[in-house]
Write a protein that binds this ligand. Structure first.
Ligand SMILES: Cc1cc2nc3c(=O)[nH]c(=O)nc-3n(C[C@H](O)[C@H](O)[C@H](O)COP(=O)(O)OP(=O)(O)OC[C@H]3O[C@@H](n4cnc5c(N)ncnc54)[C@H](O)[C@@H]3O)c2cc1C
Length: 428
């Protein structure tokens, strides 16, 4: 077997999941990460049952995930008038064999990072190395072009290169030099975490408002037993005219709450004071809802794209991080079947590229929040009896279609084997 390592550009959730998967199937692997020190950045994200199952197969079990997040019990959409439009149980409570988790993104990244270092060794993640491109080798390998923070240029040889370098992927830019710029549909998101008393089930994911003007919030940890307060992750969002464009995306751009609170100032309900929730965060981050037009392939000979580098998507479906985990597992299964070869990358591409690209485009249409679009069209978001506006069967059918497209339809998932069998914590 080729003892040159699989090189992974990027130590995010995607790249670290690849490293753990390669270790599980006995393939050497090194992660090249551009930042000097990985830090627990970001706010809340969701792990859908399909991804949780694969983490369990990697022996990252309920104890570890429970320490960085909370099992999600419910998904709820609420109209601007504060009335429920749709509610469904999630994870184990819906009958999945695996839970859904709402977690802190940075907490998950650090958990994966520690696990990679424990299992693969402390040299498996090399920080301060930005991958700037690649050169296919004549002898059946690939060289990653790398730059250090002080401008030194290196070439690192590997058997394959996996570009898991996120939204601004240098690997993707070389693979698809003519790709269009970042696509922005006009939505701006402000994100933060505020201590609060969890509502409803205590672990509910709530979307409140209209498709162009909404707040999404959910707890990402259990309440403190003394204060009863839990960290509530929130995203406040409006849609504006996008003709001016938006050229970049920086997840860490901090803004003052005063710059946007006026959009939500009168959002007071007897069960929630939205302005107080938005004002209560220590730090608020502004981020445009952006993605990239899908590309026809994620593979160029011994190089493949994975995670956001392959398919950055609007977070409306809460499945960007989940899909990154699934990508890593499908890549591992393809390597198990075809060896550390370009044929494995082709198989991975054929299995996922077209299907996930369709999810990227579908999420532009609001993903599961599309129900709020429908509500808006039919009654301007104001209703007394939701059944008279969108009958229950229609609401259920809409959500089932989304879950099937995003790969976490319950019967399909429960009835299928894991992508790669490993350690098992689930009931499946
Ligand atoms: C700092 C940060 C904060 C985020 N916060 C949120 C959030 O709050 N909510 C949310 O929904 N999503 C957030 N995301 C995005 C979310 O993590 C991803 O959509 C999802 O987890 C898929 O992850 P990924 O590993 O493909 O990409 P990313 O999470 O973007 O990870 C890419 C990794 O590659 C590294 N990298 C980038 N360029 C290079 C290069 N040229 N060479 C080597 N390494 C490189 C980056 O430093 C990063 O560690 C955040 C991403 C980042 C980087």
């Amino acid at each position: 077997m080729d003892r040159r390592p699989v090189l992974v550009a990027g130590g995010g959730i995607a790249g670290l999941s690849v490293a753990l998967t390669m270790h599980q199937i006995g393939v050497p692997c090194v992660v090249l990460e551009s930042v000097r020190h990985l830090e627990p950045l970001g706010v809340g994200i969701n792990l859908q049952p399909n991804a949780v199952r694969e983490l369990y197969e990697l022996a990252i079990g309920p104890d570890q995930l429970g320490a960085i997040g909370l099992e999600t019990r419910e998904f709820v959409l609420v109209g601007l008038n504060g009335k429920e439009v749709y509610a469904e149980p999630r994870g184990l409570h819906a009958g999945y064999k695996w839970p859904q988790y709402s977690v802190h993104r940075g907490g998950l990244q650090m958990l994966l990072y520690r696990t990679v270092r424990d299992r693969l060794g402390s040299g498996a993640v090399r920080t301060g190395l930005a991958v700037t491109g690649y050169i296919p080798d004549d002898d059946g390998g690939v060289r990653a072009l790398v730059e250090t923070p002080d401008g030194q240029r290196l070439e690192i040889e590997g058997s394959l290169l996996i570009g898991a370098d996120g939204l601004h992927s240098a690997v993707r830019a070389q693979m698809h030099p003519g790709q269009p710029p970042i696509q922005w549909g006009g939505a701006i998101m402000w994100r933060g975490v505020t201590p609060g008393v969890p509502i409803r089930t205590g672990a509910s994911f709530v979307g409140l408002g209209t498709h162009r003007h909404r707040v999404v919030f959910y707890p990402i940890a259990r309440p403190d037993p003394v204060t009863g307060l839990a960290p509530i992750n929130w995203i406040a969002e409006i849609t504006v005219d996008n003709s001016g464009g938006w050229t970049t995306g920086d997840w860490n751009r901090r803004v003052d709450v005063a710059s946007f609170i006026h959009h939500f100032e009168d959002w007071n309900y007897d069960w929630l004071d939205v302005p107080a929730m938005l004002r209560g965060a220590d730090a608020v981050f502004e981020y445009p809802m952006i993605d990239r037009d899908p590309v026809p392939t994620w593979v160029d000979r011994r190089v493949a794209l994975l995670g956001d580098a392959a398919h950055v998507m609007y977070p409306t479906g809460s499945n960007g991080a989940s899909q990154a985990v699934i990508d890593a597992r499908v890549l591992g299964a393809s390597i198990l079947q075809h060896g550390v070869t370009p044929a494995a990358l082709q198989a991975y591409d054929e299995r996922l590229c077209a299907e996930v690209s369709a999810v990227v485009l579908r999420n532009r249409g609001a993903g599961p929040f599309g129900l709020l679009n429908l509500l808006d069209e039919r009654c301007g978001g104001v209703f007394d009896d939701i059944d008279a506006v969108i009958p229950a069967a229609e609401r259920d059918a809409f959500m089932s279609r989304y879950k099937a497209a995003a790969g976490f339809a319950m019967e399909t998932l429960n009835g299928s084997p894991p992508i790669i069998a490993g350690a098992s914590f689930g009931r499946g």
